[in-house]
Design a protein around this ligand. Structure first.
Ligand SMILES: Cc1ncc(COP(=O)(O)O)c(C=O)c1O
Length: 496
């Protein structure tokens, strides 16, 4: 911030002496803006528009203001010229520069407080984190640099609405080898994340007001996306075998779609049993409903090979598979993909072209290079070990610290773990404990739609430092014991 002293009352005298007086309105220069002229212009413009520099006020000479703001005199001259072309100041020949006598209505009058965008949690146990491995970041940086350096006109112009063919081919190879999905690269669509994938399917294949089965508890981001697309969500309970297909049939037999996480249900961690998979595919075939399979974290399986995806056993062509690079690499990449049954390709690709035309091609090409060179597969192998170690350190510390007050479900897959509180405690207990423990996990209740049941914590363990994880696990165990101890004594005293 550069502060300038000043004079707020309009100047009526035309003497040079008065014109050279300093401004006392503090003017902050934002040094991140282009050059000094633009910085001074932005600052004066803001001060005029919000009324700090009144209409008709004479501005100091360029020399005097340059001294006050410690900038070059030319910068002031340039800024005054820009203000002149904005119509915010007037030049009076032989006299000086004045704030225009007619100004637009003050911008800040009656303007509502700006919308505060909620911050993304990154603290202890926050979900959505991955380890920023310098090895893979370096490889991604050099692949991106190479892609930019060798970009042809085709790369720099409008592209295929499905995304680049190289990445789609690499994904097809990966899915065949690792997920049991045989698909042609022509049926793959690169998108900016799972939510865009879900939105495109809703826009292309569903109609406003259609019913969609949603796992309960389930992934809140998908609920938001489907609701924003005008779908009517039908919460379908999840049990130890996965989504309860019979309950879904009872609740909304003619729903047009279902969203599921069969490999690793979010947040419970349940793997959908084969009889449920068959029942779901049967229902989808008969009702001509779409199955949106979100396979977000199957690369991180800690015992045995990953299970075949639902799309790999689908003989009905009703399953739309969604994969993401948010876990294998990082969420900031905004890179995910859809595998479409042939019957859905045209509609979804057309919706994509109408939405944002096609995905950015350069980073996408660099990720294709990492896949082709085996760098991504090696990274995933290293991360699997790293995240397993984090899971084990966190679960054993939490187990010890909670002394039986939490029921942990240590996952064999994925990057989060569930810790259940005992049933029957106060509704706000989990939120209070979370605040006491200073952790940033989700609560199980935050992922529920209609079902009730014991609350708990959805604890992310990837991308966090192990020492921080174990310290947070100790705080959480301690907070649960303190809370339960206090509420037990409160119960005893109110009963006596
Ligand atoms: C259930 C589920 N699906 C998908 C994702 C990834 O979403 P995106 O691809 O939009 O980053 C996550 C991330 O946490 C998730 O929990």
């Amino acid at each position: 911030m550069v502060a300038a002293r000043s004079n707020l009352e309009p100047i009526t005298s035309t003497t040079l002496k008065r014109r050279n007086k300093a401004l006392d309105v503090p003017l902050g220069l934002d040094r991140t803006i282009g050059n000094q002229s633009l910085q001074v212009h932005a600052s004066l413009r803001g001060a005029i528009l919000d009324g700090r520099l009144a209409a008709g006020l004479r501005l100091p000479s360029s020399r005097s203001l340059a001294d006050q703001l410690s900038v070059r005199r030319n910068a002031i001259v340039g800024a005054y010229e820009l203000l002149l072309s904005d119509g915010l100041v007037e030049a009076r020949i032989g006299d000086g520069t004045y704030v225009a006598s007619l100004l637009p209505t003050r911008a800040n009058q009656n303007t509502p407080a700006p919308f505060v965008v909620p911050a993304n949690p990154r603290g202890a146990f926050a979900l959505g984190q991955t380890y920023s491995d310098p090895v893979v970041l370096r490889r991604l940086a050099s692949a991106t640099r190479r892609r930019i350096a060798s970009a042809t006109a085709a790369h720099l112009s409008y592209g295929d609405p499905r995304g680049g063919e190289e990445l789609r081919r690499q994904i097809a190879l990966y899915l065949a080898a690792s997920r049991g999905i045989r698909c042609d690269a022509s049926c793959i669509l690169i998108v900016s994340g799972t939510q865009q994938a879900v939105r495109l399917c809703a826009d292309a294949l569903l109609r406003t007001g259609d019913r969609v089965w949603m796992e309960d508890p389930g992934y809140p981001a998908t609920c938001k996306t489907l609701a924003a697309a005008g779908m009517r969500l039908v919460p379908v309970p999840v049990d130890a075998s996965g989504i309860d297909v019979a309950a879904g049939r009872r609740l909304a037999p003619s729903a047009k779609a279902v969203y599921v996480t069969p490999s690793h249900q979010f947040p419970t961690g349940v793997t959908m049993k084969m009889e449920r998979r068959v029942a779901l595919l049967d229902w989808a075939r008969v009702s001509r409903a779409w199955v949106l399979e979100d396979d977000y974290d199957s690369e991180f399986r800690y015992g045995g090979p990953p299970l075949t995806a639902l799309a790999g056993i689908d003989g009905t062509d009703r399953v739309i598979y969604i994969g993401t690079f948010s876990k294998t690499l990082f969420a900031g990449l905004r890179l995910a993909y859809l595998v479409l049954p042939p019957a859905a390709v045209e509609q979804v690709v057309t919706a994509r072209a109408a939405h944002d035309r096609f995905p950015p091609s350069l980073v996408e090409g660099a990720v294709a290079d990492l896949m082709a060179d085996g760098i991504l597969a090696a990274h995933v192998r290293r991360m699997r070990t790293r995240y397993r170690i984090a899971r084990d350190a966190m679960s054993s510390t939490l187990e010890r610290a909670a002394r039986g007050t939490l029921r942990l479900v240590v996952p064999t897959q994925g990057l989060h773990m569930l810790a259940y509180l005992p049933a029957g405690i106060a509704k706000d207990a989990a939120a209070k404990i979370r605040a006491m423990a200073q952790i940033e996990s989700w609560l199980l209740s935050e992922t529920r739609l209609a079902q009730s049941g014991p609350d708990g914590f959805v604890l992310g363990f990837a991308g966090h430092d192990i020492t921080e994880l174990t310290e947070a696990a100790n705080r959480l165990g301690q907070a649960v014991r303190t809370y339960l101890g206090k509420s037990a004594s409160r119960r005893i005293s109110s009963e006596s």
